[in-house]
Write a protein that binds this ligand. Structure first.
Ligand SMILES: [Cu+2]
Length: 211
């Protein structure tokens, strides 16, 4: 495996794997124990049920272990969430506008684009607004998603660590062509990004409308 596209990718994947690993171990362990007990303590072999009510050791074990497991899941989930929500100091801000059914991007120098270009190893702040209905800006490879709303600015922060192209999808059903509301993030080396930024904007592709 190469370098993860962002630190968010690493931390979200870690939480995911951690929870899945614990779940698989518990599933296999409990199932195996159940099947073993069905045969070992078969009543036909003369086993009678034993009353375990009031067994302090058992009660402590089955309260303490699951509680620690669940709290550890919460801990890793929460620290990962904090990292995603953490506002970087001095981020590079790009304005994102969502409308039915397209995202567009505007840079500080006035440059506009329908693909999100960003420099690698730079903290990015997406300042997002919708011109119509609710949308959601989703970059699966970066493991981040946020609603894009009318009349309220929302933000997404990330710091790309790998140059490359990554998909962007609208993740909130927003009408007829919602399923076609895709674009890309292109992560470039800083000098390439600066060259791109200085080139004049190309006219944005025409927005599809219903009428
Ligand atoms: Cu949308």
């Amino acid at each position: 495996m190469g370098i993860a596209p962002t630190t968010h990718t690493e931390s979200v994947d870690f939480v995911m794997l951690y929870i899945v690993a614990i779940s698989v171990v518990l599933l296999l362990g409990i199932t195996a124990t159940m099947i073993y007990f069905v045969f070992k303590f078969n009543r036909k072999k003369g086993h009678a049920p034993v009353d375990i009510h009031g067994n302090i050791l058992l009660e402590v074990v089955w309260i303490v272990i699951p509680t620690l497991l669940v709290l550890s899941m919460f801990y890793f989930g929460y620290t990962s969430f904090r990292e995603i929500r953490d506002i970087p100091s001095n981020p590079y801000t790009v304005k994102v506008t969502a409308r039915m059914w397209q995202f567009s991007f505007e840079y500080k120098n006035g440059k506009k684009a329908d693909t999100l270009y960003v420099p690698v190893n730079t903290a990015i702040d997406l300042e997002m607004q919708s011109m119509d209905v609710n949308h959601a800006f989703y970059i699966p490879a970066f493991r981040i998603k946020e609603d894009v709303l009318y009349g309220k600015t929302t933000h997404l922060y990330f710091s790309p660590k790998q140059v490359g192209d990554y998909d962007v999808a609208c993740a909130e059903y927003c009408g007829l062509n919602h399923s076609a509301m895709y674009t890309k993030v292109k992560v470039l080396y800083e000098n390439e990004f600066n060259k791109w930024l200085e080139r004049p904007s190309v006219p944005l592709t025409k927005i599809q409308t219903n009428n």
